[in-house]
Design a protein around this ligand. Structure first.
Ligand code: 4NP
Length: 156
């Protein structure tokens, strides 16, 4: 079983949406015994909270279940997870600071985006349209990320 941790800032918009989409795609492919995703935020603002209502509305529109409580990214996550995946470069920089001397590769999700690269935009200050845009970025990037993970599994 490979465990993946998606990380954003608040852990109520992008990373719980990524977790839900990833676990949904895993289920669709029948790979539940191989991969499991969770999520965390670099900030402590929303610990214990449900995802943002706009996140819930967006994924449910696509018939995807979402069930997460906010947690903060900690050093111990580097040991507990096989893959750390940041939503944007500032998340990644903050994760590196928190990891200190714990040397662990941190992927940027959009390294896997067939249509681009860079940051998954933070939708927090905008409306539902921004959440929809994030959904599509995550959906296509996670499909590619999963291909990458499956290739690795064969090579293991
Ligand atoms: P997220 O979005 O990092 O995608 O969960 C945000 C959620 C909350 C805040 C910022 C970004 N906030 O400032 O509370």
């Amino acid at each position: 079983m490979k465990k993946i941790l998606f990380v954003c800032l608040g852990n109520i918009c992008r990373s719980p949406m990524a977790e839900a989409i990833f676990n949904h795609q895993v289920k669709k492919k029948g790979l539940m015994n191989y991969f499991l995703a969770d999520s965390a935020g670099t900030a402590n603002y929303h610990i214990g909270e449900d995802p943002d209502p706009r996140t819930i509305e967006t994924v449910e529109k696509h018939h995807i279940a979402i069930n997460h409580k906010g947690q903060q990214f900690e050093k111990m996550h580097a040991k507990a997870y096989d893959y750390l995946v940041a939503m944007d470069s500032s998340n990644r920089a903050n994760m590196k600071i928190r990891l200190g001397n714990e040397n662990k590769h941190i992927y940027l999700l959009r390294e896997f985006d067939p249509k681009g690269y860079g940051d998954v935009p933070d939708p927090w200050y905008g409306g539902l349209k921004g959440f929809d845009e994030v959904y599509h970025i995550l959906d296509r990037s996670i499909k590619e990320f999963m291909e990458f993970l499956q290739k690795k599994k064969i090579g293991d």
